[in-house]
Design a protein around this ligand. Structure first.
Ligand code: ADP
Ligand code: MG
Length: 326
């Protein structure tokens, strides 16, 4: 599953700082190092504003990192320019939360789906209809959708078209950024089933961004928990709740509202507000909201350390750094 030969993309210390004249430096991503494997889904979860989209946008070339590398089969793709960068776009495709924004409202579905292929000169105009029909079938939409416009479709249907478009270039990695968050629960389920079916058939690596921890653990083989630009824990989607160690991961789990929960119990959720990333100077990024913090947490930032197998956590409670004084 996570064998080295199946490693498609590996990020190394990706950092993104936004500079603002009034507010100083905001670190949206702080040394993010993650791995994407063939046929596996890497979920990235965390509250709004923690840097999930920024990280993924860097991978698809929509943002430039301040520092760091993304090695695609060993070669850094973040310093590519011109034609090399354009060609690399084929390998990593993104499905957005609301595809309406990325679709030209005047284009019919046939053209939306086939546009990337025409741009890369991979098909001729005469082939558009047949190819668009094939991809519609793949995303389980009827052939007569070819002539529809984006505004004549439901949110779920539009998202299927977005997926079809992302698939045309036969990417090795697909990034879904809150791709189902705007949909009704039942539609969300269907879209996720579709994405995972296609992923299995095509053995694609997937990056799945979501703020819903229950959903992300169902979909992901591995989950990276992000807090203020930092990856604080990486663990398997299976037994996520049982294995979670980081106080932030646990707080996220506790904040999930269960349908069959005991309503007589108080819902324990996170205390305090998310600090804004500008305030962090040193120490653990979670220190202001953590109920278990130690003296060292105010002084030294914990780094990701292996707990067991691929499970890693960045927390002084488990790192043992507080004992050995490193
Ligand atoms: P998420 O996807 O987890 O909600 P984002 O990656 O969108 O988070 O944002 C991370 C942080 O970076 C936020 O504080 C956001 O305000 C900031 N940010 C994102 N894009 C920009 C930008 N273009 N300029 C300045 N700050 C930005
Ligand atoms: Mg986002």
């Amino acid at each position: 599953m996570f064998e080295q030969e199946n490693l498609v993309l590996e990020t190394k210390n990706i950092t993104k700082e936004y500079h603002s004249a009034h507010h100083g430096i905001l670190t949206a991503c702080d040394n993010v190092s993650l791995e994407f494997f063939k046929g596996q889904t890497l979920g990235v979860v965390g509250e709004s504003g923690c840097g999930k989209s920024t990280f993924m946008r860097i991978l698809v070339g929509l943002e430039t990192p301040t520092q760091g590398e993304a090695l695609y089969h060993g070669g850094n793709i973040l310093n590519l320019k011109g034609e090399a960068k354009r060609l690399n776009c084929r390998n990593i495709q993104m499905v957005f939360q609301d595809p309406t924004g990325s679709f030209n409202p005047k284009m019919k579905v046939r053209d939306i789906i086939s546009e990337p292929l025409l741009n890369f000169g991979l098909i001729t105009k005469g082939e558009v209809e047949a190819v668009a029909r094939e991809y519609l079938k793949m995303v389980e939409l009827p052939g007569d959708f070819l002539n529809r416009y984006p505004h004549n479709m439901s949110g779920g249907e539009r998202q299927r078209v977005g997926i079809a478009r992302a698939l045309t270039l036969e990417p090795k990695i697909i990034i879904c950024d809150e791709a189902t968050s705007a949909l009704d629960v039942s539609v969300q389920k269907n879209i996720i089933e579709l994405i995972t079916k296609i992923q299995r058939e095509k053995n694609i690596a997937m990056g799945f961004i979501c703020h819903d921890i229950a959903l992300i653990t169902q979909v992901s083989h591995e989950v990276a928990v992000m807090y203020l630009g930092n990856i604080v824990e990486i663990l398997s989607g299976n037994n996520f709740k049982k294995n979670a160690l980081h106080p932030y991961t646990k707080a996220l789990i506790d904040s999930v509202f269960h349908l069959n929960m005991d309503f007589s119990q108080e819902i324990k959720s996170l205390k305090g507000e998310v600090p804004n990333g500008l305030d962090m100077v040193y120490g653990c990024p979670f220190v202001n909201r953590c109920e278990s913090c130690l003296e060292i947490c105010h002084q030294k930032k914990p780094t990701l350390q292996t707990v067991n197998g691929r499970h890693k956590v960045a927390c002084h409670l488990f790192n043992g750094e507080n004992n050995n004084g490193n």
